[in-house]
Design a protein around this ligand. Structure first.
Ligand SMILES: Cc1cc2nc3c(=O)[nH]c(=O)nc-3n(C[C@H](O)[C@H](O)[C@H](O)COP(=O)(O)OP(=O)(O)OC[C@H]3O[C@@H](n4cnc5c(N)ncnc54)[C@H](O)[C@@H]3O)c2cc1C
Length: 395
């Protein structure tokens, strides 16, 4: 059968699904979840295994922006971090599975004296901006002794910040729970090992030449979303989404799972449940091998051991690398593609996807279900704003 005939035959055989989600990372999974809630039929396809892209990592830090110089973007992320807890409670109750979520807070050592003055200013900013109804989150400033026993003596000579908003989740735990919740729904079809090559007039054309007819499609395939977006938007001056490699490690250590995340000068130490501590991560714009780890990760592990004595002898149980999707405007890219009422994009979460994917997806699905444009997200998240930066001009 000729390729065109094959596509026509496919669309005749299967009625269009309300929402085709391309990519089963944290973004696509949340989009599918909200679509089911909105009463849509969903087909989620992943070229590999669901949750095996950037979302299959180890770290799972859920970090707020600084509480100063408040703006719409910070407010959005703040509300997302607060609301994630409730979403996760509902998911865990529905599936009986754990995501490894805990609002364990974060410690930020202050290595220079002037930083404690700045931190005290931020404490007031947090009082003003980190409030949600009855809930108040804090940017507490403590003396050097506050984390004695947890951090090495020379790590926080001028004290440290304790932020009570930050949290952590197991990336693999969350994607597995989302997948399980979707698998239990009669309105959802999940397909693994199915790669979308392009979108063509209400049809997704797959690698094997078959087609999936859709009412709406969401491009959520991580750093590979660039290909599908640019196939629709046309050639651009610069890539609209790029991969940024990250490396991380998982150590076995007998730490209290309530121990806060520690952030110091690009290093994250993220204590998880079950005696596991994640260390990360590198941020590499240039790389030869996307999935291998190297000396840059060993340096991070050595730094973590120096910061936290409990990790000095801890066994490394896994080393991992993945490619984060970074949109050209640095912010996430969410909404309809210009001139495409039925095709949307949900990508570019870069380093913070796990804290905001549920809210981005909720806004997108609400718009899709109502056949309207996305509202309630910062303008800098819109596909048009990213595409313009990449050199797009509307035809
Ligand atoms: C080392 C490291 C540490 C990180 N730490 C954190 C952190 O602490 N906190 C945080 O919030 N974020 C963190 N991130 C970032 C976060 O992991 C990513 O932003 C997020 O996972 C991206 O999710 P996604 O759904 O957009 O993409 P992905 O998870 O990559 O999912 C995309 C999916 O699409 C599939 N796919 C690709 N092409 C196709 C196609 N043509 N057709 C169908 N399917 C396709 C892939 O198989 C994949 O499963 C980290 C990332 C790395 C690498």
């Amino acid at each position: 059968m000729a390729e065109g005939d094959k596509h026509r035959a496919a669309s005749r055989q299967s009625p269009a699904v309300d929402l085709l989600v391309i990519g089963g990372g944290v973004m696509g999974l949340w989009a599918a979840h909200h679509a089911v809630r909105a009463g849509l039929s969903v087909h989620l396809v992943d070229a590999g295994r669901i949750g095996s892209g950037a979302s299959g990592g180890l770290l799972g830090a859920l970090m707020p922006h600084m509480p100063d110089r408040w703006n719409g973007k910070k407010q959005f992320q703040f509300e997302a971090l607060v609301s994630l807890e409730e979403e996760i409670n509902a998911l865990e109750a529905a599936t009986g599975l754990s995501t490894g979520y805990r609002r364990s807070g974060r410690l930020i050592p202050l290595p220079k004296p002037h930083l404690s003055e700045i931190a005290l200013g931020h404490r007031e900013d947090a009082r003003a901006n980190w409030t949600a109804g009855e809930r108040q989150f804090h940017w507490n400033v403590h003396g050097a002794g506050f984390a004695a026993g947890l951090l090495a003596e020379d790590v926080a000579p001028f004290g440290l910040v304790e932020d009570t908003l930050a949290a952590r989740v197991s990336p693999r735990g969350l994607t597995a729970v989302l997948k399980a919740a979707l698998a239990a729904s009669p309105c959802v079809k999940l397909s693994e090992g199915v790669s979308v090559l392009r979108l063509d007039h209400g049809q997704a054309i797959l690698q094997d030449g078959a087609g999936i007819a859709f009412g709406n499609a969401v491009i959520a395939n991580g750093h590979r979303s660039r290909d599908l977006i640019e196939a629709i938007a046309g050639p651009l001056g610069k890539p609209v989404v790029v991969p940024v490699k990250g490396q991380a490690a998982l150590l076995a250590a007998d730490l209290d799972p309530a121990t806060p995340v520690v952030y110091l000068d690009g290093l994250y130490i993220v204590p998880h449940e079950g005696g596991r501590v994640a260390i990360g991560s590198t941020s590499e714009n240039r790389f030869d091998e996307p999935c291998t780890t190297d000396g840059q990760l060993e340096d991070l592990i050595a730094k973590a051991r120096a910061v936290m004595p409990a990790l000095r002898e801890a066994e490394v149980v896994e080393r991992w690398a993945g490619l984060r999707p970074k949109a050209i405007g640095r912010d996430p890219m969410v909404g309809h593609l210009p001139g495409q009422a039925a095709v949307s994009v949900l990508t570019g979460g870069f380093k913070v996807s796990f804290g905001i994917a549920h809210r981005l997806s909720a806004a997108l699905v609400e718009a899709i279900a109502a056949d309207l444009d996305v509202t309630g997200l910062p303008e800098s998240f819109s596909p048009l704003s990213h595409l313009k930066e990449a050199g797009f001009t509307a035809r």
